[in-house]
Ligand binder design. Structure first.
Ligand code: SF4
Ligand code: SF4
Length: 370
């Protein structure tokens, strides 16, 4: 490491953190750059850690998740939205003016990553396309140079709008629970034919916006998913040459249920059903090997807001959990948010049990050859 002075590294760290990347991503990128120049991984990390810590005050940058809709019209049995809502939409939408105020407040607080890496994820527990002012939200975000992540169950077709409204979409995921009507009846509760037709409309629109290469088919595998259905789905979507087909094991999207499963306190009937439907064994086998001294990146690098502008502990936390809400975005400063997030007892539990590990490592089935 002789060839780098602290000042030089400080300048590199500063340029990454201030201008472009979130802190965690920047640190990883800088470590790689230093290692490529001959530093040992330990030396690079120690140096970067010591200097990057100087940027935790005043220049801290957060990635943003904003759940603009608080519920979902699907009724997935292993997702907290599906379990509580059972497919019924209660119209928990954020008011458009409130949304604008929230974004303007965040910009005034100067806590978000600068463009072009200023990304907003418009979903967490809800279906974003159900928002009645969805297109106005998109236009507003475009005006403020946000790149946009979207994920949908495909139940809402696009409106006839200017495709360029979607130019800043950097990720568009379609979640599918299988490729038969039986799978749809069992999980989402939609007509699959309708979903495929909606998807085609979305594809045509996103193609005109030149972002169709950012579409992912997130194909959830259950134990009842037939190998033939995976193959049929893969073949079906191969008609869209730039779309990526991404099969992975469905998992439990509810902090409480996951922690019950990992701590062996899950209700016996629920456990039986989970073991019948989900690929749980690989997680149970690997979670014990995970490094329990890890720091959670969600605490310092991400800001999660729900449809009521509550600052939420993290995207893994279920709305019914007592540690879900930190406070209102309109009442908190950045240091208060970070301090509150850093002091939650539930985080120790989450790391000890491996909920964080599970949440961060969706299981791609290596043994399903497609
Ligand atoms: S998994 Fe997705 S589609 Fe299913 S209920 Fe939850 S949010 Fe809706
Ligand atoms: S440790 Fe777990 S509960 Fe805490 S912020 Fe991270 S993911 Fe959320």
């Amino acid at each position: 490491m002789a060839e780098f002075s602290n000042k030089e590294v400080s300048e590199i760290v500063s340029s990454f953190i201030k201008n472009n990347l979130q802190r965690g991503v920047a640190v990883a990128a800088i470590c790689q750059a230093l290692e490529a120049k001959g530093a040992s991984p330990q030396a690079a990390k120690a140096l970067v850690d010591s200097i990057a810590s100087q940027y935790s005050e005043g220049t801290h940058r957060l990635g943003l998740v904003f759940d603009i809709v608080g519920d979902c019209n699907a009724r997935c049995a292993w997702c907290v939205s599906g379990i509580t809502g059972k497919g019924k939409v209660q119209k928990n939408f954020i008011d458009f003016n409130r949304f604008k105020q929230a974004i303007e407040r965040l910009l005034a607080m100067d806590v978000l990553v600068a463009p072009p890496n200023r990304i907003i994820t418009l979903y967490n527990w809800g279906e974003p396309l159900l928002h009645p002012r969805f297109y106005d939200i998109l236009a507003f975000l475009n005006d403020h140079q946000f790149s946009i992540n979207l994920s949908t169950n495909g139940s809402v077709p696009p409106k006839k709008v200017d495709p360029l409204l979607f130019s800043n979409v950097v990720y568009f995921g379609l979640s599918m629970p299988g490729f038969t009507q039986e799978s749809y009846d069992r999980i989402h509760g939609f007509r699959m034919e309708r979903i495929l037709s909606n998807f085609d409309e979305w594809y045509q629109l996103l193609r005109q916006a030149h972002v169709s290469n950012r579409i992912f088919i997130n194909f959830h595998l259950y134990k009842f998913t037939l190998r033939d259905d995976i193959l049929k789905a893969r073949d079906y979507f191969s008609r869209y040459p730039d779309v990526r087909f991404s099969p992975y094991a469905a998992y439990i999207a509810d902090y409480t249920l996951v922690s019950q499963y990992l701590s062996g306190t899950m209700d016996a009937d629920v456990l039986l059903k989970a073991e019948q439907e989900l690929f749980l064994r690989p997680i149970a086998d690997t979670v014990g090997k995970w490094d329990k001294d890890k720091k959670c990146p969600h605490i310092y690098n991400g800001l999660v807001l729900d449809e009521s502008c509550n600052v939420v502990l993290c995207c893994a936390m279920s709305p019914s959990h007592p540690d879900y809400r930190i406070g209102s975005l309109f009442d908190l400063s950045l240091p208060e948010i970070l301090r509150e997030k850093a002091n939650r007892q539930v985080c120790r539990e989450c790391i000890e049990l491996g909920v964080l590990y599970w949440h961060s490592n969706p299981y791609f089935l290596g043994d399903v050859k497609i």
